[in-house]
Write a protein that binds this ligand. Structure first.
Ligand code: B3K
Ligand code: ZN
Length: 896
């Protein structure tokens, strides 16, 4: 464990390395309790800077030997401090040899080398390599790796590392070895090894330039029948990157390995991606459509990192968004293209909008909340205490929005030219976000100086829009203004360059052709306006009738749009906006308004009444057969509780839950016949296939069941029970189960029991079972608080605090997806939270910090809840031996 109160690391403190490590030979004698790691570092002095010692980083290592040029290092040569070691090397080059012993089996943090189900696995990003051996463990230290693995042949028949297999064979004592060589220099965070009992699905494919490459998906033996989709996703990703960016796989072999114990989703180690099993394994009766979709996008994301992240990497961890924002943008574009192709010409636009909506939903619920709390940071942070706390929605999702804005401003071709220039200048280098944006600017002759503020300024900008029509001059003026609220340590915000896509809708629901004052070309119906000042007006000419503005189409910038619209106008856009994203957004805005009024009424003890015009607008969407089912499912899914909590001042989860339950029941009851009729039209026949058309129908059918079950409509409950009794795929199974769990029906317990009995040995499926129960609302007023259920599930034999997936499914769902139960007025949820954060921190600080973050926005809540939360935050902050990870979160939360 590292020391408490880790110092804050500043971006401005960057200094180049005094010594390069040109090559490293690593030898692993693998043993669960005592693995011996021998490393030989070939070092050369960086002559560009003043001479300084070689600085190596290490954590929890037992050193068995240290040599310089083959001779035991004299004590005077070595200086050691907390987590570092410096060797005063002479001359221009030297070879340093280090032997360390580590204990993978006792490594519960899952960072570095660890054991999972009898196999050895690594996770080195961000700073896990220093838990394996002493090394300049920072991303700008790029090195050629040769790795020899030696292990017991019976328990670890498969030995994998990065690059190409160059030698393998048996050894004495039932052991064997394999030697791998990675032809590309890489930082240590991209190192990986796997030694385990696994089998692989293999494919040979030919790259665009005609090279044959071997693709492998490695899993435990019983899971081979769940690897097909991951393999297909990999092949599709390869093709897409060749076609869209001209980027080809640069290795002869590319491997994906699934592991059950893993802190996050997956890791892009060079040629050896290691994945949380959740993002690899799928077959129709264990994985939902959403699982299939996630697998496709995570496989693509890690594959795309091979260029954006690995070939060109980050100079330091402050530049994380350089690889993450860009790679998320790439995987989003890939998924949208895949959906559009599958949907065909007629359905492509809607399919793309559905993907965009999914991404924006996450951004608004998670990233906007982060940007409004104590952890708010620019996509390129200026300081951190623990880098693992900065793999955030801001760095990833907002970072991807920033790249998307560049794409919007420069156009697809301009963006591609910028990417080409970026690779031509920086292939094989560790660079900064400025280097990337400079390439975009240079390739397009476009000044992006103001745009760079998106990298340095935290907080979600508000864009206010107001329009005025002048009948006499037939002109329409749109006034736009921007304001970014202060964030911790950043009070003075500068105006940003914000692309605002705008359309004007005529009274007949058709878009008007746009002509901007001072410009000649007319005809387009969506225009991207560039808002660069605090306030700006844009005047449209030849506007025959007073239009309804549709602003921020396609969510052209990650901002909060303030636009005064009455119910009638929202209903109009809900029915007519030609921009599918904005049509969805109009529905969300209308729903949000209704929910917040109901919440205020519930808090004040008034009777709750759902406005008839909202029900009517909802009914119109439900029955609009011209809209594809996937889009209708999006439009009729209410805004998430997490998002709504951000929109309340102060946030009070209890009346919010009352309002949501009331609204769901009302929509279920008033529209019961429509929902039931819809269910009858949506059934998908034939064998399961992962296809957007089928997935959309299943999503809408499951949503219908949810409303019907919430309202207790007997035919709806019967439908859910029948679907559950005979489900042929997991999407239908879990959809029916979710509808029953989110109802007052007594059938819910029997269904949960049956599901458990069927999947008792399937860890990934059981995660769904845990999550559904932890996230359940109390539809039955006599039911016990959900916390009691969560406590009981913690002692279920299938649950384990050591497995991150289980923690996320049970505790994560309770803390994040069930605000009304978690924020119970007696504070019981908070005390439980503190107990779990402290217990988790002792074994896995990264997982503990993630859970700790569920209360960081505590100052949004009512004073009564705040007082209860503060006590528990302080209890965690005062716990002995707290990791730097959790320390940073709770200290920032408690800072004034
Ligand atoms: N780069 C990894 C994330 C590593 C997280 C370290 N705490 C996965 C990804 O973004 O592709
Ligand atoms: Zn990534």
């Amino acid at each position: 464990m590292k020391t408490e109160h880790a110092p804050s690391i500043q971006r401005s403190d960057y200094t180049p390395l005094a010594w390069n490590v040109d090559g490293v030979d690593l030898h692993f004698a693998l043993d669960p309790a005592a693995t011996v790691v021998t490393s030989r570092l070939r070092c050369s002095r960086n002559t560009q800077i003043a001479p300084a010692p070689l600085r190596l980083l290490g954590e929890d290592l037992e050193v068995l030997g240290l040599t310089v040029d083959g001779v035991e290092a004299a004590p005077g040569l070595v200086t050691q401090g907390e987590g570092w070691l410096e060797i005063a090397l002479e001359g221009r080059s030297a070879e340093v040899g280090i032997v360390t012993r580590i204990n993978p089996q006792s490594n519960t943090s899952l960072s570095g080398l660890y054991v999972s189900r009898g196999g050895f696995f690594t996770q080195c990003e961000a700073e896990g390599f220093r838990r394996i051996t002493w090394f300049p463990d920072r991303p700008d230290a790029m090195t050629r790796f040769t790795v020899t693995l030696e292990a017991d042949a019976a328990s670890c028949p498969v030995l994998l590392s990065n690059g190409n297999l160059i030698e393998q064979g048996p050894l004495a004592g039932g052991r064997h070895y394999a030697r791998w060589e990675d032809p590309f220099p890489k930082p240590s965070y991209l190192f990986a090894l796997v030694a385990a009992k696994l089998v692989a699905l293999e494919r040979r494919v030919t790259t665009a330039s005609g090279r044959e490459v071997l693709l492998q998906v490695w899993v435990e033996e019983g899971n081979l029948d769940r690897t097909e989709h991951a393999m297909d996703s990999l092949i599709h990703s390869m093709r897409w990157d060749e076609e869209v960016f001209g980027l080809e796989l640069d290795l002869d072999r590319f491997m994906i390995v699934a592991v059950s114990d893993f802190n996050m989703g997956a890791m892009e180690n060079k040629g050896l991606n290691i994945f949380n099993a959740k993002y690899v394994l799928a077959k129709p009766d264990t994985a939902t459509d959403v699982d299939y979709e996630h697998i496709e996008s995570v496989v693509a994301h890690e594959y795309f990192h091979n260029w954006t992240g690995n070939r060109v990497t980050c100079r330091d961890w402050f530049q994380l968004t350089l690889k993450e924002g860009l790679t998320v943008f790439r995987d989003q574009q890939f998924s949208a293209d895949m959906l559009a192709v599958a949907a065909g010409d007629a359905g492509a636009a809607s399919a793309r909008a559905v993907k965009r909506i999914d991404d924006v939903r996450v951004l608004r619920a998670v990233q906007f909340a982060e940007d409004a709390g104590p952890m708010a940071h620019p996509i390129r942070p200026d300081s951190y205490q623990e880098i693992n706390n900065f793999y955030t929605a801001t760095v990833y999702e907002k970072g991807a929005e920033v790249i998307r804005m560049l794409h919007t401003l420069l156009g697809a071709e301009g963006f591609r030219n910028g990417m080409d220039l970026y690779f031509s200048y920086h292939d094989g280098q560790a660079v900064t976000c400025d280097d990337f944006v400079d390439c975009m600017a240079e390739a397009n002759g476009h000044d992006l100086d103001q745009f760079m503020r998106w990298y340095s300024q935290a907080g979600t900008p508000h864009v206010k829009a107001a329009g005025a029509y002048d009948a006499a001059s037939r002109s329409y003026t749109l006034m736009l203004s921007q304001h970014t609220p202060p964030t911790p340590g950043q009070t003075d915000k500068q105006p940003l360059l914000i692309p605002v896509a705008v359309g004007l809708i005529g009274p007949d629901g058709r878009d008007l052709p746009l002509r901007l004052e001072g410009e000649n070309h007319a005809g387009v119906t969506t225009r991207v306006l560039e808002l660069s000042e605090v306030e700006q007006s844009f005047r449209f000419l030849d506007v025959a009738v007073e239009p309804v503005p549709s602003v921020l189409r396609g969510f052209s910038a990650p901002v909060i749009l303030d636009l005064a619209e009455d119910d009638a106008r929202l209903a109009f856009r809900m029915a007519h906006d030609t921009d599918a994203f904005n049509r969805w957004d109009a529905a969300q805005r209308f729903a949000e308004r209704v929910i917040l009024v109901l919440t205020a009424d519930a808090a004040a003890g008034r009777t709750l009444a759902v406005p008839a015009d909202f029900v009517a607008a909802f009914r119109a969407l439900l029955n609009d057969a011209a809209l594809d089912p996937a889009f209708r499912a999006q439009a009729m899914t209410l805004p998430s509780e997490g998002y709504l909590i951000e929109r309340m001042q102060p946030a009070d989860p209890a009346p919010l839950r009352v309002a949501l339950m009331h609204l769901m029941r009302a929509l279920g009851t008033h529209l019961a016949d429509d929902w039931l009729a819809l269910c009858r039209t949506l059934e998908v026949t034939g064998p399961y296939r992962y296809h957007p058309t089928d997935a959309g129908r299943r999503a809408l059918g499951n949503l219908a069941l949810k409303y019907l079950a919430a309202a207790g409509v007997p035919e709806g409950l019967a439908w859910a029970q029948a679907q559950f009794a005979r489900f042929g795929n997991m999407t239908e199974g879990v959809g029916a189960l979710a509808a029953l769990v989110q109802s007052a029906s007594p059938a819910r317990e029997a269904a949960l029991g049956a599901f458990h009995a069927r999947y008792r040995d399937d860890a990934l499926v059981l995660d769904k079972w845990f999550a559904l129960q932890a996230g359940a609302w109390r539809w039955d007023a006599t039911a016990a608080p959900v916390l009691e259920r969560v406590r009981a599930l913690m002692v279920d034999p299938a649950f384990s605090l050591a497995n991150p997936n289980k923690v996320y499914a049970l505790l994560g769902s309770f803390f994040r997806a069930n605000p009304a139960e978690f924020h119970a007025a007696d504070g019981s949820g908070y005390a439980f939270w503190a107990d779990q954060v402290i217990a988790l921190d002792a074994r896995n600080p990264q997982v503990a910090a993630r859970m700790a973050r569920s209360l960081e926005n505590w100052q949004r809540f009512t004073p009564a809840l705040q007082a209860l939360i503060r006590v528990q935050l302080e209890r965690v902050a005062g716990a002995t031996g707290l990791s730097p990870d959790v320390t940073e979160i709770v200290e920032k939360a408690l800072a004034d």
